[in-house]
Design a protein around this ligand. Structure first.
Ligand SMILES: Cc1cc2nc3c(=O)[nH]c(=O)nc-3n(C[C@H](O)[C@H](O)[C@H](O)COP(=O)(O)OP(=O)(O)OC[C@H]3O[C@@H](n4cnc5c(N)ncnc54)[C@H](O)[C@@H]3O)c2cc1C
Length: 388
C-alpha cells in the first residue's frame, strides 16, 4: 500500500483550494450555515459553479455529465470542500449513481444533466418514524393506479426537504412480501399535490430537517428507479455512496483547527484552560486525526484497487464521527464557561464556532447509519461474530 499522492493528485488539490478561495463566500467559509434563507442564493450560485466544473457528478462517467474522476480525486475533493464548510450536493453523490446503475433512459435523460448543473435540488426520503436503522420496516405505501402509483405515508429527518425540488423516496409496493422484497424506489416532484412539509429545528437551532407527508400523491410509473419491488437493492447503491471517510476527515481537520485557533488566540485569558492536561488532550486529538487520515486514505486506495471491503467503511465512519464529538467536547472544556456564548455574542470566541460544532456533532454518529449499527457490521462482517 502506498499512501503518497501523485503530482497530478497534488495539483488537483491545489485547483480545488484555488476554487474555494475564489468562489466560496467568506462567511460560509467561516462557518455560517449555507442553507439559511440569508445564504441560500449564494449557496446555490456556488453549487452551480461546482456544476460548471463537473464537480457535482465528480465520480459519474463523462457521458452522463460527470468528470469521471478517480476515487482518490473524489476523496481529495470531498476532504477539502468539507474542510472549507463548502455546501455540496450530497444527494448527487447518492441518487446520481443509483440512476446511472438502474435508471431507465427516461430517468437518465431527465435527471442526470439537470442534477449535474444543479437546476434541480434533491432530498432523500428514506427514514420514517418507525424505520431508521431498521429501514426495511418502512410503511409509506405506493399503490398502482393505471400508469401511475398513489403514495401515502410519512418520511422524517428529510435534510433540506424544504429547499428541495425533487425527493428520491422508498415506498412499500407489496405489503405481503418479505420486508426487503416489497419496496420500490421513486423520484417525486416536491410540488406534486398532496406533498406537505413540516420543519424540524435541530438542537443547534438550524432548520435542516423536515417531516414530509404524502397524501394521495400521484407519481407516474416511469419515475421508478429499477424494477417494481426491487427498490431495496437499488437503495443499497445509494447508501454505499453515503459513507465517506474523506468527508469525516475534512470535518475532523476543520474542527481541530478551530479548537487550536481558540486555544492559541486566548493565551493568558482568565477562565480559559491552558494547562498540561489540555495540551496533552490536543496532542491526542492530533494523533487521532492522523489515524482518521490513514483510515480514510485506505478506503480510497481500496476503492481504486477494487479491493473487497467488509468492515473498512464502517470503521472510518465510526471513528471519524466519534472523533468529531471528542474534538468539540475538548473545545468546550478549553473554553470553560465561555463555551456557552453562541454566535453573535461579544463573549464568544471565533463567533461561537466550536460551541456550534459541539451541538452539531451530536448528530453525526447517527446519520448515514448509526455507529451502533456500524459496530454490528464490524462485529459480524469484520470479526465473523454471530448476529444478535
Ligand atoms: C444529520 C442527519 C441527517 C439525516 N438526513 C436524512 C435524510 O436526508 N433522509 C433520510 O431519510 N434520513 C435522514 N436521516 C435519518 C437517519 O438515517 C436515521 O436517523 C438513522 O438511520 C437512525 O435511525 P433512527 O433515527 O430512526 O434511530 P433508531 O434506528 O430508532 O435508533 C435509535 C437508537 O438505537 C440504536 N440501534 C438501533 N438498532 C440497533 C441495533 N440493531 N443494534 C444496536 N443498536 C441499535 C441506534 O444506534 C440509536 O442509538 C438523517 C439523520 C441525521 C442525524
Amino acid at each position: 500500500m502506498d499512501f503518497r499522492f501523485t503530482p497530478e493528485q497534488d495539483a488537483f488539490r491545489q485547483e480545488i483550494l484555488g476554487f474555494i478561495r475564489q468562489e466560496l463566500p467568506a462567511n460560509i467559509r467561516g462557518g455560517d450555515f449555507p442553507y439559511s434563507d440569508k445564504n441560500f442564493d449564494a449557496t446555490m450560485a456556488f453549487r452551480k459553479k461546482l456544476g460548471q466544473k463537473k464537480w457535482i457528478g465528480i465520480g459519474w462517467p463523462k457521458e452522463y455529465g460527470g468528470l469521471g474522476a478517480t476515487h482518490m480525486q473524489q476523496a481529495i475533493f470531498h476532504e477539502e470542500m468539507v474542510y472549507a464548510n463548502a455546501p455540496l450536493d450530497p444527494q448527487a453523490y447518492q441518487v446520481g449513481p443509483a440512476i446511472i446503475a438502474y435508471g431507465s433512459d427516461f430517468l437518465k435523460k431527465k435527471f442526470l444533466a439537470a442534477t449535474a448543473s444543479q437546476e434541480l435540488i434533491w432530498c432523500q426520503g428514506f427514514s420514517e418514524p418507525n424505520a431508521g436503522s431498521d429501514l426495511a420496516n418502512l410503511q409509506t405505501s405506493a399503490v398502482a393506479d393505471g400508469d401511475d402509483f398513489i403514495i401515502n405515508g410519512q418520511k422524517i429527518w428529510t435534510s433540506l426537504g424544504h429547499k428541495a425540488t425533487w425527493i428520491h423516496v422508498l415506498v412499500r409496493t407489496d405489503p405481503k412480501a418479505q420486508k426487503h422484497k416489497g419496496i420500490s424506489y421513486f423520484v417525486v416532484d416536491m410540488q406534486s399535490p398532496g406533498v406537505t412539509i413540516r420543519p424540524l429545528v435541530n438542537m443547534a437551532d438550524l432548520h435542516e430537517f423536515n417531516e414530509v407527508f404524502f397524501t394521495n400523491v400521484r407519481v407516474p410509473r416511469q419515475n421508478m428507479i429499477g424494477e417494481l419491488n426491487a427498490g431495496w437493492y437499488v437503495a443499497m447503491t445509494t447508501l454505499e455512496n453515503e459513507r465517506s471517510g474523506a468527508r469525516d476527515l475534512g470535518n475532523c481537520r476543520r474542527m481541530l483547527d478551530e479548537v487550536l485557533r481558540i486555544y492559541q488566540s486566548t493565551k493568558g485569558h482568565p477562565g480559559i484552560r491552558h494547562d498540561a492536561v489540555a495540551r496533552h488532550r490536543l496532542a491526542e486529538m492530533a494523533i487521532e486525526l492522523a489515524v482518521t487520515r490513514q483510515l480514510a486514505n485506505r478506503i480510497s486506495w481500496m476503492h481504486e484497487h477494487k479491493a473487497p471491503m467488509t468492515r473498512e467503511p464502517s470503521i472510518v465512519k465510526m471513528f471519524g464521527t466519534d472523533l468529531q464529538q471528542r474534538i468539540t467536547q475538548l473545545g468546550m472544556q478549553v473554553q470553560g464557561l465561555y463555551g456557552q456564548a453562541r454566535h453573535g455574542s461579544p463573549r464568544a470566541f471565533e463567533d461561537g464556532i466550536v460551541s456550534h460544532e459541539y451541538l452539531h456533532a451530536v448528530s453525526t454518529p447517527i446519520s448515514a447509519g448509526s455507529n451502533e449499527v456500524q459496530r454490528n457490521i464490524i462485529a459480524t462482517r469484520g470479526l465473523g461474530l454471530p448476529r444478535g
